[in-house]
Design a protein around this ligand. Structure first.
Ligand code: FAD
Length: 457
């Protein structure tokens, strides 16, 4: 427990209403979507950058571990307070501070929900592309810390591509402002990139300036149904090879399709081995042409059927299946492990085949879900941690998946980060010198190692 003097000091900084320490509160903030549990000694809900700075000065002086937290939706254990101490939760720093149409930017506090920002900018015919499937709950601070991606990443990239500037509180309490409000900025080292994706281990993000785009005039989604999963994988690579540029190009296999259909009854093709979900956007006329071209390519590649959404309701139904897939899978067994390996797009068909073979080898149920257009695979391993043999086979399967991705020129994580979940596999894809270099950076920035300790650096 924090001693009385420190408790009093921290309470004074945030106010009694924003200091939580009942047993129930501590349990609520002890896990995230990765689930493992470690309780903090207190949860602080700061309201300003200055409060965060004052908290960090106390934490640094007293060597108290600090774990930043947005909505706790990350799947890598990044916001689990492994070493106790305090959780800094940003749910009350949730204001959109500015939307400036001429400069195509927005300034937000870290607790703003991604979907709320999207809705606000769209009212002004603007567009914030990063769209993690968790966008209705996850926060902008969490998105920056994880460099989150989403289906629209194929055409529009990931969070890092939309961050112009950040206000960051360093582990010793100093407040710095990195980047700025301009689209171009090479003044000094790219510190926006440095903090983006650092998973709360180097600094605490308290304000975000993000780039916006004009909202595309139109978009349309289609579903291509394959009776052969291999053909679906090959079609992904072919679409990219042909120079087409879908907004999103998602893949689901029969395990995912059937479990989602069992739960949602939305008419998914149960007989399909693989389904591609493809979205195009742009000016109305161009979208029409792109959809025709891509539908024809899918048929030429062997699609048994191509369904094109004609109304917003049909479009929503197609995306509902994709967005609800993880939740449905997670409910179907005691444990659902989502891997995040990413391979060059030309290797997607091989990686899909390998995942199926690994499932067979270890006699496991593994669903294949993928942001396939950017090579980001999410094999979902359905398992039960309490069954020793099954759990061991699961660990071996994960190791095989990671090794295969690395062998194909890929990497361990495309968007979920390392946190505590993937630490054990980092050495499979990263050499010792690179890890040592990351360690040196951590030591220089956070000499007492109080910020999000126990994670990958
Ligand atoms: C159903 C589901 C679907 C998902 N789909 C996607 C997807 O499509 N794409 C994707 O990329 N991810 C996805 N995720 C993972 C997750 O939603 C993202 O990683 C998201 O960015 C986490 O945001 P959060 O607000 O929940 O952050 P948290 O989970 O609370 O925190 C994430 C990390 O950021 C750190 N952090 C949080 N706030 C700050 C801050 N202000 N300053 C510094 N560090 C901070 C935390 O310490 C932690 O390390 C999904 C998760 C679920 C459960």
């Amino acid at each position: 427990m924090l001693d009385e003097k420190i408790t009093k000091e921290l309470r004074k900084i945030v106010g009694d209403k924003n200091y939580l320490d009942t047993s129930e509160d501590l349990m609520n903030y002890s896990y995230d979507a990765f689930v493992p549990e470690a309780r903090p000694e207190a949860v602080l809900l700061p309201l300003t950058t200055e409060q965060v700075s004052d908290i960090m000065k106390v934490a640094h002086r007293e060597e108290i571990p600090v774990t930043p937290r947005g909505a706790g939706t990350n799947i890598s254990g990044g916001s689990v307070p492994m070493r106790g101490g305090v959780v800094l939760a940003f749910t009350r720093m949730n204001r959109i501070l500015e939307i400036k149409k001429e400069d195509r930017l927005a300034v937000v506090q870290p607790g703003v929900i991604n979907a709320e920002l999207q809705a606000e900018v769209e009212k002004r015919s603007l567009f914030y592309p990063p769209d993690p499937a968790s966008m209705s709950v996850c926060t902008m601070g969490g998105n920056v810390a994880e460099n989150a991606g989403g289906p629209r990443g194929v055409k529009y990239g990931v969070t890092r591509d939309y961050i112009l500037g950040l206000t960051v509180v360093l582990p010793e309490g100093q407040i710095i402002r990195v980047g700025g409000r301009t689209a171009k900025n090479v003044t000094g080292i790219d510190l926006v990139g440095f903090f983006t994706g650092s998973e709360g281990t180097l600094g605490i993000i308290t304000e975000i300036t993000c780039k916006l785009l004009p909202k595309p005039e139109a978009n349309q989604t289609m579903q291509a149904i394959f009776h052969d999963l291999d053909l679906a994988g090959k079609t992904v690579a072919k679409i990219m090879e042909e120079g087409m540029l879908p907004v999103a190009l998602e893949l689901m296999d029969s395990v995912v399709i059937n479990l989602v259909e069992d739960s949602a009854h939305i008419g998914l093709p149960r007989e399909a081995e693989g389904v591609l979900l493809i979205m195009m956007d742009g000016p109305q006329e161009s979208v029409k042409l792109q959809v025709e071209n891509i539908a024809q390519l899918c048929r030429d590649q062997g699609a048994a059927e191509v369904r094109i959404a004609k109304t917003p309701e049909e479009e929503n139904a197609l995306w509902f299946a994709r967005r609800s897939a993880f939740g449905v899978m997670a409910r179907s067994r005691p444990n659902c492990i989502v891997e995040d390996v990413t391979v060059p797009v030309s290797k997607v068909p091989t990686m899909v085949r390998e995942i199926v073979a690994i499932a067979r080898k270890y006699e496991l149920v593994i669903g294949v879900l993928a942001h396939a257009g950017d090579g980001n695979m999410h094999p979902l391993l359905l398992t039960d941690e309490r069954e020793k043999d099954e759990w061991e086979r699961t660990q071996n399967a994960i190791r095989d998946i990671v090794l295969k991705a690395a062998e194909l020129g890929g990497t361990l994580s495309g968007e979920h980060g390392i946190g505590m979940a993937k630490n054990q596999f980092l050495d499979l894809v990263m050499d010792k010198e690179t890890r040592r270099f990351m360690g040196k950076i951590k030591k220089a920035v956070d000499p007492k190692r109080i910020l999000n300790p126990g994670k990958f650096v």
